[in-house]
Ligand binder design. Structure first.
Ligand SMILES: [Zn+2]
Length: 394
């Protein structure tokens, strides 16, 4: 029997879709009615302890099974349990459960698959899906173990238009447009300030220079303060500062302030420097997985001490590059392509499904119950930042 590649792919897709349907049927057997679904949500609130009365702190309510509102047993004030949660105004809770149930089993899917499996319109499925991706994006922010990478690594998957896509241009043009927007908005010094200050002076200092160096610490210090603290004569201090600045020991900032020189890697001393890599990404605008891997091989694998994991300061390590590539492949397989605007929520979803031990159905449902309301406008105004968070192998 001979199977062509496209047949294989079709079979794979059919199997994947069948799996999604199968899991949703399993969910339907567990939660047969709308009331069953709302009751599951009710119980997931407040870390699985159920809601608390905001007026008296009591946790017992008079309510019918599956009701979204109930009266506090103590103070008799009515509480709407889904108010100010992602379920606000929700009438059909099943698709919400379906998303958390599928993700809780490590299954990714697209909005059309969710729509077919839960018998809702694709547009509705898309909104619900986004809401939960937003919850995951917020949760991912608290995870200190994630890597931060420049979003332009994902240019290849940015093939879906969004409101942010420049008119009559390819969806990937959104990246350059957004970079320009951010750069134009940021004061020139901000980009520079992203680099950490160096701990060791770049050359040997004289005793008096050392005093100045120590005074600067990790702060930007005004000339007057330096003068009063060192008691060096005005003219002498000016002279010293000029020399130190010329030698690249200190930097003069706006407002006659001085700081230690920032850690940087001039292109001629380090060909893999951040500035270089940044330019590469900017001019190429089409960084394929293999190219990414290649640049990673030649890149310095360890970030300089003290540096934040910022693209400007360090090129991703091999582990991170591997993760970038695998995310690109998965996005292509699962969604063909996505818009730049919502890149981060998709990466957050992979972060979730790859951590099976932490993000069970129960844990996800509880996390969703803790998140505030997510009106459509909030989702609409979201834009993936230039630096995205990416899970790293645990
Ligand atoms: Zn009460």
């Amino acid at each position: 029997m001979h199977n062509s590649k496209s047949d294989d792919l079709r079979n794979q897709r059919q199997l994947h879709e069948a799996l999604i349907l199968h899991i949703c049927e399993e969910l339907n057997r567990k939660y047969k009615t709308v009331e069953d679904c709302f009751e599951a949500i009710y119980k997931s609130l407040n870390n699985g302890h159920g809601p608390i009365c905001r007026h008296c702190g009591c946790c017992e309510f008079d309510k019918k099974y599956g009701d979204r509102a109930g009266k506090c047993k103590k103070c008799r004030v009515e509480t709407h349990f889904t108010a100010n949660t992602i379920y606000e105004d929700c009438r059909n809770p099943r698709p919400y459960l379906a998303v958390t149930y599928l993700l809780g089993k490590g299954i990714t899917f697209n909005a059309s698959q969710l729509a077919r499996a839960t018998h809702i319109a694709t547009s509705t499925a898309s909104v619900i899906y986004k809401k939960i991706q937003f919850v995951l994006t917020a949760l991912m922010k608290d995870d200190k173990s994630v890597a931060e990478v420049n979003s332009s690594f994902f240019l290849e998957v940015m093939s879906k238009r969004s409101r942010r896509t420049p008119a009559q241009q390819h969806p990937a043009a959104e990246q350059a447009a957004f970079e320009d927007e951010v750069n134009a908005a940021a004061p020139q010094s901000t980009a520079h300030n992203l680099s950490p200050l160096v701990d060791e002076p770049p050359r040997e200092l004289t005793e008096v220079e050392q005093t100045i160096w120590d005074l600067l610490g990790q702060d930007c210090v005004p000339f007057n303060t330096l003068q009063s603290k060192t008691n060096i004569r005005l003219g002498t201090l000016s002279h010293l500062l000029v020399i130190m600045e010329l030698d690249g020991v200190i930097t003069r900032e706006d407002g006659d302030c001085y700081s230690r020189v920032k850690a940087q890697f001039p292109p001629h001393t380090n060909p893999n420097s951040a500035a270089n890599a940044n330019n590469k990404a900017k001019t190429k605008h089409k960084l394929t997985a293999s190219q990414t891997a290649k640049s990673a091989q030649i890149a310095n694998p360890s970030p300089p001490p003290n540096a934040t994991f910022n693209f400007r300061a360090a090129f991703p390590t091999d582990d991170v590059v591997e993760e970038i590539i695998s995310s690109i492949i998965r996005i292509k397989e699962n969604f063909h392509g996505i818009s730049r605007k919502y890149l981060q929520p998709y990466l957050a979803m992979y972060w979730c499904v790859d951590n099976r031990r932490r993000w069970s159905f129960r844990a996800l449902l509880q996390a969703c119950g803790k998140h505030g309301a997510l009106p459509a406008a909030k989702i609409e105004e979201y834009v993936t930042p230039l630096t995205v968070a990416l899970k790293v192998a645990v």
